[in-house]
Design a protein. Structure first.
Length: 258
């Protein structure tokens, strides 16, 4: 049983400020350790629940954040990325875990809320519905027939995930009060919770459905500033000075195959 973990950073336990998440920032090295610790807790849960293979994709920033030398030796790590693919190596996975996620851009009192680019993108819509990274990434996985079974992050992310996919197992490791203000569980509590929720989620494989987007897929993006839209997008049209739509056969194509 292969389980795929896609790890972001803003929703990782112990991370309480953007200075933990940006390469070169004052607390980034500690953030890398916190990220690796959460990933290892999830990996332990996977193998306790019967996984025979665990593949982790380092999904934050440019994809070089997890400390390879401190990773659980039973897991494999994918760093970097492939143009046009959100989840290289996802084929054959029984389930996907979205670890360390965050709420969509504009969510009130959420920690480091954004949708893919905090400086470039204000909002995204999938077939007319405002969505964040959780919904879009779950929709891409569904196109491969792989269900998202668990996600971790702050309380606002957990609420957003449950609204999009009510059966998903949510793991709240902190409560957000503002963009850089959170109340956190202790490291011991957070890691124990991640491990337990991972086991619970894997036990629920087969009971958590896919949520596929209707096709053709229309992804609308509102840039954070005027004239932000790239000019080389295929099958796109401008809606206004900073909003554009892309129509494609799949969500992955609309988002990544540009």
């Amino acid at each position: 049983m292969k389980i795929y973990i896609f790890a972001d950073m803003e929703g990782i336990s112990g991370i309480s400020h953007e200075n933990y998440t940006e390469p070169g920032a004052v607390h980034y090295a500690r953030g890398q350790q916190f990220l690796t610790d959460d990933v290892n807790a999830c990996v332990r849960g996977c193998f306790r629940a019967g996984a025979t293979e665990v593949l982790i994709q380092d999904g934050h920033w440019s994809g070089y954040n997890i400390l390879w030398e401190k990773l659980d030796p039973r897991a494999e790590l994918l760093q970097g990325g492939i143009q046009g693919m959100r989840y290289p190596g996802l084929e054959g996975s029984r389930a996907l875990i979205l670890l360390g996620y965050h709420a969509k851009a504009g969510t009130a009192a959420a920690f480091l809320d954004h949708t893919y680019s905090p400086r470039g993108i204000q909002n995204k819509w999938l077939n007319g519905m405002e969505v964040g990274e959780f919904a879009l990434d779950a929709a891409v996985a569904a196109e491969y027939g792989v269900p998202v079974i668990m996600t971790s992050g702050d309380d606002k992310l957990c609420r957003e995930a449950a609204e999009w996919l009510p059966e998903v197992v949510t793991c709240q490791v902190k409560k957000a009060y503002a963009v850089n203000t959170v109340c956190m569980l202790s490291a011991e509590q957070a890691h124990a919770l991640i491990e337990a929720k991972t086991i619970e989620a894997i036990d629920r494989i087969g009971k958590i459905p896919l949520r596929k987007a209707d096709t053709p897929v229309v992804v609308r993006t509102q840039g954070a500033q005027r004239n932000y839209a790239p000019v080389n997008l295929p099958n796109y049209k401008m809606i206004d000075a900073r909003t554009w739509e892309v129509t494609a056969a799949t969500v992955e194509e609309a988002l990544w195959k540009m």
